[in-house]
Design a protein around this ligand. Structure first.
Ligand SMILES: NC(=O)c1ccc[n+]([C@@H]2O[C@H](COP(=O)([O-])OP(=O)(O)OC[C@H]3O[C@@H](n4cnc5c(N)ncnc54)[C@H](OP(=O)(O)O)[C@@H]3O)[C@@H](O)[C@H]2O)c1
Length: 385
């Protein structure tokens, strides 16, 4: 399988390269993108000789690298991400970009008949209906990389007609042992210490606010065609049980393994058919000491945003995503407080334009309007501090 990897410098991107490195007979990297962290380019090119296209965010850097590597075509910016999908000889696009910037590449991959291995959950949160209709129109294939959805995908493969509910597990993030009162003054530095997973900054903050779980509920809704009321959340301290399904015939089915994203990445790259003898990266020898707790909506009220979005869809996913993206950036820059993130999302969902069946163009417009509105709120909240 020839791979085009978007977001090669990030956490999922680097782990995808590890999966490719460990399975060189089955996968070859033919194109990749990085954003601002360009240092890894030389290292990747040294090892992956089939790469013919690279995209970086910045035009000047693309020019400099082009001079250094004349046999490789360097692209830049948002358009460059689409170009490497179209122009390289890939069979599969791994979308490991973070945030809204991942949406158009997901769409481009499907339209160019590429298999899509999707870590960028924001693509589905913002454009779930559009992506699903394109998958139908182009007879496309989408393989989820999120560990929860990878586990659910496995369960549904076996029990498709017997599944009553999907249950996502949640670690509770960096502040799982704090009360709402104690959340008032937490810092970005505290929030970036996730108890069980090592991930990029945005998703680590999203885990602390639980917006990540909102996104995952919405993602599950679009991926597997389940309503909000058919998707639950259970708190699980160790992140060993990745998610599970409750069966009509009684009982549950789930997936248990160490928290290591290379497992779901590998499952997606092999399109759900891992050859029998390839082993897990980290072995799990024991099942002692796993802890589960009932989910408390009063402690994690942001989950209500998932209901709002999945029940009414339209432009609400785009509004949720953009207001969160801007609020998280402002929190990381110490402009607003942790609980302001929820406030900005709530206000945006209330006040931004709801369009029931938006075109892609309308989604892009509402995204931009939400960006401007969120900046206003961030300024007001910052001044009030
Ligand atoms: N990390 C995990 O364990 C995990 C688990 C499940 C799902 N996910 C999902 O996977 C996606 C990636 O997460 P991550 O943790 O790997 O994030 P990350 O470490 O922050 O990496 C994100 C990647 O996207 C690139 N990027 C960001 N903005 C860009 C832009 N405007 N143009 C071009 N490239 C851009 C970054 O480039 P530079 O850094 O070079 O600027 C980097 O390569 C997210 O949607 C996340 O929710 C992650």
């Amino acid at each position: 399988m020839k791979i085009c990897l978007l977001g090669a410098s990030g956490s999922i991107g680097q782990q995808t390269i590890d999966v490719i490195n460990k399975n060189p007979k089955d996968f070859s990297l033919v194109a990749f993108s990085v954003g601002k962290r360009t240092r890894c380019i030389s290292y990747i090119l040294k090892k992956h000789k089939d790469v013919k296209h690279v995209c970086v965010q910045d035009r000047a850097k693309a020019r400099a690298y082009q001079k250094k590597y004349p046999n490789i075509k360097f692209h830049y910016g948002d358009e460059g991400l689409l170009e490497i999908i179209r122009e390289s000889s890939n069979d599969m696009v791994v979308n490991a970009l973070v945030g809204f910037v991942g949406l158009l590449p997901s769409i481009e991959a499907i339209k160019n008949h590429k298999k899509l291995a999707l870590a960028n959950k924001e693509s589905l949160v913002v454009g779930g209906d559009i992506i699903n209709s394109l998958l139908k129109e182009y007879n496309g294939e989408l393989y989820p990389i999120d560990s929860e959805h990878s586990a659910l995908w496995k369960c549904l493969k076996v029990d498709k007609d017997d599944v009553r509910r999907l249950i996502l597990t949640a670690s509770g993030g960096s502040f799982r042992n704090l009360t709402r009162e104690q959340l008032k003054d937490v810092t970005p530095e505290d929030a970036l210490k996730h108890p069980t997973w090592k991930m990029g900054a945005k998703i680590t903050i999203d885990s602390a606010t639980m917006v990540n779980k909102c996104f995952e509920i919405i993602e599950a809704g679009y991926l597997f065609n389940f309503d909000y009321d058919e998707i639950g959340v259970t708190l699980h301290d160790e992140s060993y049980l990745h998610s599970y399904v409750s069966l009509i015939s009684g009982g549950f089915r789930g997936e248990i393994s160490k928290p290591d994203m290379r497992n779901p990445i590998k499952f997606a790259l092999y399109e759900g058919n891992i050859p029998f003898k390839t082993s897990y990266f980290q072995k799990l020898d024991d099942l002692k000491g796993l802890h589960f707790h009932a989910f408390d909506l009063a402690r994690f009220p942001v989950i209500k945003f998932a209901k709002v979005v999945l029940d009414k869809k339209g432009t609400l996913g785009a509004i949720l995503n953009r207001s969160n993206e801007e609020a998280v950036r402002a929190f990381l820059n110490h402009q607003i407080k942790f609980l302001d993130i929820e406030r900005i999302i709530e206000q945006s969902l209330k006040n931004m334009r709801y369009i029931a069946n938006p075109s892609l163009e309308k989604i892009l417009i509402v995204d931009q309007e939400t960006k401007e509105y969120s900046h206003k709120l961030i300024k007001q909240l910052g001044e009030a501090r």
